[in-house]
Design a protein around this ligand. Sequence first.
Ligand SMILES: [Cu+2]
Length: 270
Amino acid sequence: MSLLTAVVVWLITLAISIPFVTRTWWMPEAITDIGRLIDESFMVTLAITGFIFVVAQVALGYTVWKYGRKSDGSADYTHGNNKLEILWTAAASVIFVGLTLTGFSVWAETRFIDRRSMEPSEGRLMIEVTGQQFVWNMRYPGEDNQFGPTDINLIDDAAGNPVGLDRDGPGGADDIMVPEMRVPVNREVELALKSKDVLHNFFVPELRIKLDTVPGLVGTLRFKADKEGKYEIVCSELCGLGHYKMRSFLYVVSEEEYDAWMEEQASYLF
Ligand SMILES: [Cu+2]
């Protein structure tokens, strides 16, 4: 009977491991350099924790098999083993701190940007993303590369002004508001993430970036997509009844296609 239990434990372990080894239901392919580095970091973590998981489950099965209920009662009672406690606590600490140190720079690369104003950074395409129940609003600074001022009294969803942009303010006349995101391939993009109402979360799986949008705060994310295509933008923070349909799309297109689109958007303004 103990052997049967042990075999069941081992079979479950094997079944759980198969999708990870064969990469069934895997993540979509990363489309940024940083995304690929994050994947590397992820694989190192998965290999270490996966190895420990399998070893622990094999040991569990073996223990059940060897010391399961037996008529001769051969198992001993133990008060614990300090040496072992110290050993595995130290080992876990080394692994966790080590993984943090190796993954830290990759993680920081997409997030730590000096952002005290809404001025576009040198050479980057700046896009302001405002989450609201239940849509994503993208704002481009337009030809002058400067975002116009906003005023809460000017917010009017029905009139196509979800962020209260003041068209008469400095730099406001040419700002472009769209429900979808379009960026040129291989261009550094910087996002300023905001929320109008509750917490949302901006997530594009292929970019491997994800950040809460918090009312009153400006979050920043950076990316440089190197593969053209259409990618889903999802809200991954439960934000209300319509959360499930809060999605948009990121289009990574050629420089020419992007310019043509920008021109078309600008033509609607005047
Ligand atoms: Cu949301």
